[in-house]
Every structure is written in structure tokens, then in C-alpha cells.
Design a protein around this ligand. Structure first.
Ligand code: MN
Ligand code: MN
Length: 418
């Protein structure tokens, strides 16, 4: 309250300079009182007269988006938003589950990729269908039976569990069915920002829009065979659980066999690509998942851990936050920089070559996915760049002293602390 009356409280910069004193003051407050003042992670309660918001104020949202309500001094804004929460998307609820999507229509920066969240109850089926773009998936809860058939009639049937992945290349027909006592939930990412989950090629929709005489001629049967084709698409619907996996594999692999490269990837069987004190990462791309034309990194940051400053020279990055809370600053050149907060269920997007970091700002692990519409994962880290540039030259830019530069790890950290 003192700050409201003090003249020097007008300057936000000066206000921040006093933050260590405020931090000491906040530490002595009871926990509840500190929370009521919405102290940020530096202990700053933003009660300066120049920061108060006497007009309309959505306190719950501001408390979740502190880096927008009170941006770091290094932010200047000036670029379009690069985050969209799935919670803002329309949810289509059917008897067998639900789905919602975040596409370029919701998040204009996300031109090259789109995402879908889907829930299938036990026995719930995402109808047999296909689409132009490739579908990359990450199981976030439960288990599912997935099926597909490739261009040579080779089949694929597999059961996947939480943490597992799949890829269905563009144009390959497939299905998903929830298993177990409570079905599943998963994320789908598509290499097409304009993707629309509600306008895919559905088996029932197609056959309903084909003359029965043509269907009969196509299969050398009678029109009666197709009397029960639904008059409306099924999309997501509930049926009994499937037969045993081995039985369904045996049936569909008859004669033509299975697809040569599995469309499923069992992440739990993979060792992390890198482990540091700050967390771990698993990189899954064509090198270890040959069927996939979409590359991904599954990142776990411990509290305080940092996905180091870096960029991706080969493609845009589409992000999905699975667990925890973090923040990301994207530097967009021309002096533009913005920090946004991320929570489970948020989508993030970074243009190719735009540098960024992700910091775990919560008390629990932060788990997020970096997904790229390209078969090969690539990045360049600030540390690796500076470590392999003449220290004389870097020092002439940054004035850090060459001793510090000589100590930078020659191999990228990926996650700090190392
Ligand atoms: Mn699909
Ligand atoms: Mn990245």
C-alpha cells in the first residue's frame, strides 16, 4: 500500500529495482496474504500506482497469465500471439467421446500445423477415415486399439498406452478405439494448419453418398447388402470392446502381411536422448521411427529447469503442453519479443528460426511436446553457437570476457542445469 502514495513508485523500472526488498517483505507475510496480492515468482506484487488496474480486471486469468499482465522488462511485444488454449476451443461431444481442435483459424500464426484433442470412452470408436495431411499422435491417458492399411494392402493393428505415439501418413485410412475400463485421451498433430477434424473422409459419409447400385456393382453383390449403411456419419460412436489383439492381427495380416515400418512407437521402451540435472528429452524422428514424416521431442523439465535458448533452422515448431506450468519468450527480430505463460492443454507455435526458451515456473514437472512438420529433428543452441565461434569475436559483441566463453560446454546442453 505504501507504493500507492510514494512518488517514486511511478517508475516501473525503479519499482523492479526494489524487488529484492519486496521479496524480503513478502517472505515474512503469511502464505494466504501473499497469494491475495498475486505476487509473481520474483515476489513482486505489482501494486505500484502505474501497475494497478482500477477498471475491468479478470483476476483469475491475470493470475494464470502473469507474463502478459506484468511482462518482464525485456519484453516489447510487437508480434502476434503464439499460444492458444484447447480450453477456448469448441468441444464436440458424442456418445463415444469428444473432440476439439486448434487450427490456423484459431491461432493465425500456426500456418503449417494444427492439433486435435480427443477422448474415446471404453469401446468408443473414431470412425474409419483418412485425410490429406499426416497425423502424429501422443497418448495422454488410457489405452487404445489403432488400425490402418497402406497402399499395398498391408495392414496395421496395435494397442497403445499412455505416452505412446503413432503416425498415419497422409491419405492412409485408419481408426482408433478406446480400450480398458475408461477408454483413452490423446493428442493429434497434423502437418497442415488448415486441417479440419470435422471434414475428414469418413467411411459412412462416403458410402451414404454413393448410389447403392454402384456399391452393388463394385462388390458384385446386391443393393440389399448396404441397406444398413447409416444415413448420417458416425464420426465418434460406442460399441463393444474389440477382439483380442492377436486374433485381429492374424485376420488382417493374412496374405499381404503387416506394414513394413510400424505406425506405432512405444516411447516407454526408448531411453532418453539426453538426461541432465534439469530434466530429460526423448527425440523421436525418422532416425528411430522410420514410418514418420513428423519429428518430435518429448521434453520433461524439473521445477526450475530450462529448455535452453535455441532455434530450429529447418521448420516451424508446434507445441503441446501435457503437464505443469511454464513460460516461453520468443524473440521475433526487429526488437520484438514476448513472453507467454503455458499450462497443460495449451498449444504454442514458433516460426522457423525464431529463437526461444521454455522455463518451468511451477512446483511440478513440466512436460511438453515440440513437434515439427518434417522427418528430421534439428536445432541450434545459443551455447553451442557461441562455444564454436572465436571467443575474441564473441567477446567483442558481448563483453563477457573470454574466460567465461571458454567454459561454455562444446556440446549443446538442451536442458539446464546440466
Ligand atoms: Mn485421423
Ligand atoms: Mn524449440
Amino acid at each position: 500500500m505504501e507504493e500507492q502514495n510514494s512518488n517514486d513508485g511511478l517508475s516501473r523500472r525503479r519499482f523492479l529495482e526494489r524487488s529484492s526488498a519486496l521479496l524480503a517483505a513478502a517472505a515474512s507475510l503469511p502464505l494466504v496474504a501473499a497469494a491475495q496480492q498475486s505476487a509473481d515468482k520474483n515476489g513482486d506484487t505489482h501494486t505500484g500506482v502505474n501497475e494497478r488496474q482500477p477498471g475491468p480486471d479478470t483476476k483469475a486469468l491475470d493470475a494464470m497469465e502473469m507474463d502478459s499482465a506484468y511482462p518482464p522488462m525485456t519484453d516489447s511485444g510487437g508480434q502476434p500471439p503464439f499460444k492458444y488454449p484447447f480450453s477456448f476451443a469448441h468441444k464436440r461431444i458424442e456418445e463415444g467421446g469428444w473432440t476439439r481442435q486448434v487450427t490456423v483459424r484459431d491461432l493465425p500464426i500456426s500456418k503449417k500445423m494444427a492439433g486435435v484433442e480427443m477422448r474415446l470412452v471404453s469401446g468408443g470408436i473414431r470412425e474409419l477415415h483418412w485425410h490429406v495431411g499426416a497425423e502424429w499422435a501422443f497418448m495422454t491417458a488410457g489405452s487404445a486399439r489403432i488400425t490402418a492399411v497402406d497402399q499395398q494392402g498391408r495392414a496395421f493393428v496395435e494397442d497403445v498406452n499412455e505416452g505412446d505415439l503413432w503416425i498415419f501418413p497422409g491419405g492412409i485410412p485408419h481408426s482408433i478405439q478406446g480400450l480398458g475400463p475408461d477408454g483413452c485421451q490423446f493428442l493429434l498433430a497434423f502437418d497442415d494448419g488448415n486441417f479440419n477434424e470435422f471434414e475428414t473422409f469418413l467411411l459412412t459419409d462416403w458410402l451414404h453418398h454413393t448410389p447403392k447400385s454402384v456399391l452393388a456393382k463394385n462388390f458384385a453383390t446386391t443393393e440389399e447388402t448396404f441397406a444398413n449403411v447409416p444415413k448420417r456419419e458416425l464420426f465418434i460412436f460406442q460399441r463393444d470392446l474389440p477382439r483380442p489383439l492377436a486374433e485381429e492381427k492374424k485376420q488382417v495380416y493374412a496374405q499381404t502381411g503387416p506394414v513394413p515400418n510400424s505406425f506405432a512407437f512405444f516411447t516407454g521402451k526408448m531411453q532418453p536422448t539426453k538426461v541432465t540435472a534439469g530434466g530429460s528429452v526423448k527425440i523421436v524422428d525418422r532416425k528411430n521411427f522410420p514410418a514418420s514424416n513428423i519429428a518430435a521431442a518429448i521434453v520433461t523439465l524439473k521445477p526450475g529447469g530450462l529448455r535452453e535458448l535455441h532455434w530450429h533452422p529447418n521448420e516451424d515448431e508446434w507445441q503441446y503442453y501435457v503437464k505443469g506450468t511454464g513460460r516461453m519468450t520468443v524473440f521475433a527480430a526487429g526488437g520484438h519479443a514476448r513472453t507467454m505463460d503455458f499450462h497443460a492443454g495449451d498449444v504454442g507455435y514458433i516460426d522457423k528460426s525464431a529463437p526461444h526458451y521454455i522455463e518451468n515456473t511451477g512446483d511440478t514437472d513440466l512436460v511438453f511436446l515440440e513437434i515439427f512438420p518434417t522427418p528430421e529433428y534439428q536445432d541450434i543452441s545459443l551455447g553451442e553457437w557461441l562455444a564454436h565461434t572465436p571467443s575474441r569475436l564473441v567477446n567483442e559483441h558481448l563483453g563477457t570476457g573470454e574466460e567465461f566463453l571458454g567454459k561454455i560446454n562444446k556440446k549443446e546442453a538442451v536442458i539446464t542445469p546440466e
